[in-house]
Design a protein around this ligand. Sequence first.
Ligand code: NAP
Length: 269
Amino acid sequence: MSINIIIAGPRGKMGTEAINMIKNHPTFQLVACIDRKNNGKKLSEINHESQLDTQIFENPEECFKQVPADVFLDLTVPDIGFQHTKIALEHEVATVIGTSGFTNDQIEELTVLAERNKVGCIIAPNFAIGAVLMMQFAKQAARYFPDVEIIEKHHDQKIDAPSGTALKTIDMIQETREPKQQGHPDETETLSGARGAEVDGIRVHSMRLPGLVAHQEVIFGGLGQTLTITHDSLSRASFMDGIRFSIEHVINIDKLIYGLENILDPSDQ
Ligand code: NAP
């Protein structure tokens, strides 16, 4: 059975990679694209390599009204992705959200909407399987090492900081870490921001540089030792396994699931 997919953000770096993945998948079919430019054009006119005559819509309402689909995949920016997702869920189209930076309130609203319409929705701050393992290992380590700081590094076009992955890592660490005020109690910053942002005593530092893709180090400190768990996405291809897996999974659920770790094999957790 083929899975018909609508994608938003087809000209973006993630969108381009996802189109390639969909095109090479035996049962995925790209049936429409949503793009704020190029209304009415065929995808092959803006992405020659795709060789797909998939129609492009500027108006998401029109797209969902005109094109029946099983899955909507958003790869844009948070505010627009949120609007797209609401429209998709209203049209009862299962949704995979690659876009990062949704607020807790937005996720809560989408959770209610998915449940009301009994339609699947998956949000993952990081679709790289290696990054999910990095977060799970960090959760394990935090049981023994309550002193921890995170350094996340991304390309300089990323607009949200800290990354969704860093925030998700902190959430997972907090499941096992005893609350602890880290560092010296009288610590001061002679330069504002030198110690990074803080969530419940855990420091997170965001670096943005050209040349980077998506990287994170979770560094634990203990008596006479440190433990560093590192993950590097070297290209956007690293996110495609998780997106493919989510597309296959989302059509079989009727609620919103946050985090790829919640749909991987539960015996691994
Ligand atoms: P990108 O190359 O900048 O592409 C973003 C796309 O969104 C472009 O097609 C852009 O079109 C479109 N867009 C931007 N503003 C828009 C607006 N106001 N209305 C409609 N479309 C708009 O970014 P990317 O690297 O592909 O990343 C896309 C998203 O995926 C980002 O949110 C990023 O953080 C996220 N991401 C998530 C993961 C994960 O594992 N969850 C991994 C990597 C990236 P224009 O050219 O017209 O602006």
